[in-house]
Design a protein around this ligand. Structure first.
Ligand code: ZN
Length: 52
């Protein structure tokens, strides 16, 4: 049971990670911004939401 819980948490965290195409750094975005274009906090480039 604990493994299923951990797997779902990991999946959620990974889903909220987005890699900037400009500086190639990963960052965690807010759940509310999951389907929106966000600004990279490192270089300020717009990062499109992933298509899934
Ligand atoms: Zn960037």
């Amino acid at each position: 049971m604990i493994n299923i819980f951990l797997a779902s948490v990991m999946g959620t965290v990974l889903h909220l990670k987005r890699r900037c195409f400009a500086c190639r750094r990963e960052q965690v975005i807010k759940p509310s911004e999951r389907h929106k274009t966000v600004k990279c906090k490192f270089c300020g480039a717009n990062i499109q939401p992933s298509k899934n």
